[in-house]
Write a protein that binds this ligand. Structure first.
Ligand SMILES: [Zn+2]
Length: 283
């Protein structure tokens, strides 16, 4: 059993940083206050092996909204195949691509062996509760895998005039509440602490048992206190570790989490590993 499962890992490859994210990279580096160099996945696999962490690798396709090339499900699947002990993968499709996106989601899960779906409503520019995308959620529900949605503000476009056209309200958690209500069999994970709507997110998790959140993108030290209080107590089975590598290094996240008081070793184990293992059906 690994020490932890990192729910939120981007590929620091040229295909992602200089492709799918290209114009967003520099502002994101400024927002996270760290340079993000291109790396080979062999190096990433070694890092995660040393840390004894299984990483959930995320594909990316926001082509309709951004005009940028996707980081494909095939590329993620290839890396997972090469390092099956270190990595699992979540598929991404562009919801605006319609029926082909539904078919691609099915192919990515059943043929490529990816084990979840990832969406970024902010960059993909869609409201998750828009019924035109429901065939996609029907398919993901039928496939029996979780769907991860970015929530809260965004490092991409941050600090630029007009935020590079990215609208924040797409990533309000309340739209996921509608999806969770209409798809009670679908496991929904809100990525990141959902700031400034973290109370809204906590209300949803408290109300709907098919909704979870990961803590990626923020050091635990800066995660709003309301979330950490729930993570220690009432919602300890529903909150998961994620780093947002390469923007935040997992070793830094873990060190900051270690230094936080008030978490029993049992609760730490749930947040770092057990909750994710249960959702992803991995050991
Ligand atoms: Zn991310």
């Amino acid at each position: 059993m690994p020490k932890a499962i990192d729910m939120h890992v981007h590929l620091p490859t040229a295909s992602f940083l200089d492709g799918a994210l290209k114009p967003f990279k520099e502002p994101a580096e400024a927002f996270f206050r760290s340079k993000v160099p291109v790396r080979e996945m062999d190096e990433v696999a070694r890092l995660y092996e040393e840390l004894d962490i299984v990483a959930v690798l995320l594909a990316w396709d926001a082509e309709t909204a951004t005009g940028l090339p996707p980081l494909t499900n095939d590329e993620v699947a290839e890396v997972v195949k090469k390092y099956p002990k270190q990595f699992v993968g979540f598929a991404c499709v562009d919801p605006w691509k319609g029926k082909p996106a539904v078919d691609e989601m099915e192919r990515a899960i059943t043929e490529l062996g990816l084990i979840g779906a990832k969406f970024h409503p902010g960059i993909q520019a869609f409201y998750p509760n828009d019924k035109q995308f429901y065939p996609l959620y029907e398919k993901i529900t039928e496939l029996g895998v979780p769907a991860l949605f970015h929530t809260g503000t965004n490092g991409l476009g941050a600090g630029t005039p007009g935020g590079m056209g990215v609208r924040l309200d797409y990533t309000r958690p309340i739209y996921l509440d509608h999806v969770a209500a209409d798809f009670p069999e679908l496991t929904i994970i809100g990525a990141h602490p959902a700031w400034p709507w973290h109370d809204e997110m906590l209300a949803i998790i408290g109300h709907k048992s098919n909704v979870f959140m990961d803590l990626s993108g923020w050091s635990p030290k800066y995660v709003p206190k309301a979330i950490m209080d729930e993570a220690r107590t009432r919602l300890q089975d529903r909150i998961l570790f994620g780093s947002d590598y390469p923007f935040i290094m997992p070793q830094r996240w873990l060190a900051d989490f270690d230094s936080m008081e008030g978490f029993s070793s049992e609760v730490r184990q749930k947040i770092l590993h057990d909750n994710a293992a249960r959702l992803l059906k991995i050991a």
